[in-house]
Design a protein around this ligand. Structure first.
Ligand SMILES: *[C@@H]1O[C@H](CO)[C@@H](O)[C@H](O)[C@H]1NC(C)=O
Ligand SMILES: *[C@@H]1O[C@H](CO)[C@@H](O)[C@H](O)[C@H]1NC(C)=O
Ligand SMILES: *[C@@H]1O[C@H](CO)[C@@H](O)[C@H](O)[C@H]1NC(C)=O
Length: 379
């Protein structure tokens, strides 16, 4: 008996050494790649990064499509639309910051109940900082996990670009909550950012139950969201869910001065499918993965929320309206025009899920008020 055990121990030890050396080999191989994430990896993270790190971090630079300039009327289009058309086909960019273990690895990712996916451009440090302290805090609520990632591209060029990247690296070291790719973070690249995130999710967090996908200038009542999602009958994230502020019967804005201007050269159709306002919407992990699959065969439209609607439509799924989402503002009681009504009375917000355009100080105030167990509101 005893002797057998010693032999077993010896074999185990030898095997352990072998595995260790193999790991070391993989590690040295990686350090020669330019893999900036290494600076903030602790030991537990190294282990699983290595196990599944088949992802290519450094893509070749995507080439500008010169024939785009042949499109009728190209020269008359605004600069950002010309830019978009030149690079519309590009879908892979080098990763600058990764979070392969945000969900505990792909296999364990079902333990993440609500993944907060917040689009944030590099310059928005202040917004991220407030979100980390308020509604986007990583925590256990009602017995389930809430996790947070900010998704970002790069800003500016030259020294400024490097400086912004350094800030994000510093934030990463402190909070471990940033996914960044090397593409120009602009309004017309938001769909690209969305697709890159979904690709990341398929690789690192495919079984997360639900996601809140939104901007960094919204107020999301994440406690209410968890409770709402927990209350869904027969949907644990493995069935279709896509809910938010529903927008239907709209088409491309053809006014040149408008932020959402889309010329016929970008989209010929005069109508968009139904979609949910991009400020913030909830979806199941199942639906996120369906959208990702559909996106692979749908040309990029720069308006990200409409694009999600297009992917859903192709999959034969519909977005749903949820009254708790107010992405174009809150309609307060008619008395709100009267000075004596307090627009920031937390009681107006108590039952909502999401409100658009809510910035730092108000966000901080509201989150603390709403999570205060002593908050008293009338009927
Ligand atoms: C379109 O653009 C390409 C590359 O710039 C050029 O070689 C070609 O002649 C153009 N075609 C037309 C029809 O203008
Ligand atoms: C380049 O642009 C032309 C004109 O819009 C388009 O027909 C072609 O498919 C594009 N090429 C790629 C690789 O996307
Ligand atoms: C999107 O990002 C790519 C890569 O940085 C850039 O070349 C392109 O100009 C950007 N597009 C827009 C519309 O900003």
């Amino acid at each position: 008996m005893r002797k057998n055990r010693t032999t077993a121990l010896l074999i185990c030890g030898a095997f352990g050494l072998l595995v260790f050396n193999l790991w070391k080999g993989v590690l040295t191989h990686h350090t020669s790649n330019h893999l900036q994430v290494k600076v903030r990896m602790d030991d537990s993270q190294k282990e699983s990064t290595i196990k599944k790190n088949t992802y290519v971090y450094s893509w070749q630079e995507c080439q500008q499509n010169m024939s785009a300039a042949n499109i009728t009327g190209f020269k008359t289009l605004p600069q950002h639309i010309q830019d978009f058309l030149y690079y519309r086909h590009c879908r892979h960019f080098p990763m600058l910051l990764d979070l392969p273990d945000k969900c505990g690895g792909a296999d364990k990712s079902a333990e993440v109940f609500l993944l907060l996916v917040i689009k944030s451009s590099p310059g928005n440090y202040d917004r991220r900082e407030v979100l980390r302290k308020t509604w986007a805090k990583e925590r256990l609520h009602n017995g389930v996990w809430i996790r947070r990632v900010f998704v970002s591209g790069t800003a500016d060029t030259g020294f400024e670009k490097e400086r912004f990247n350094t800030i994000l690296e510093m934030e990463q070291r402190e909070y471990n909550d940033i996914i960044q790719w090397d593409f120009h973070d602009s309004f017309f690249n938001l769909t690209l950012k969305q697709i890159l995130f979904l690709e990341w999710m398929e690789r690192n967090c495919p079984n997360a139950r639900f996601l809140l996908n939104g901007d960094d200038d919204v107020f999301a009542h994440t406690n209410n969201m968890v409770e709402y999602l927990q209350g869904l009958k027969d949907n644990d994230g493995s069935k279709h869910l896509f809910a938010g502020h529903l927008i239907a019967g709209k088409g491309p804005v053809r006014k040149k001065k408008n932020k959402y201007y889309i010329p016929v050269q970008v989209e010929e159709s005069e109508s968009y499918p139904s979609y949910c306002g991009g400020g913030g919407f909830l979806l199941s992990g199942y639906t996120a993965m369906v959208i990702y699959k559909m996106s692979q065969s749908i040309t990029i439209l720069p308006i990200d929320d409409v694009y999600m609607g297009m992917c859903l439509a192709i999959a034969g799924l519909s977005p749903a309206s949820h009254m708790g989402f107010r992405t174009i503002g809150l309609r307060l009681p008619s008395a709100s025009r009267v000075q004596s009504v307090d627009l920031y009375d937390p009681c107006y917000y108590r039952d909502l899920l999401l409100i658009h355009r809510f910035l730092s100080a108000r966000m901080y105030f509201m989150w603390h008020k709403l999570t205060d167990l002593n908050l008293k509101c009338g009927p």
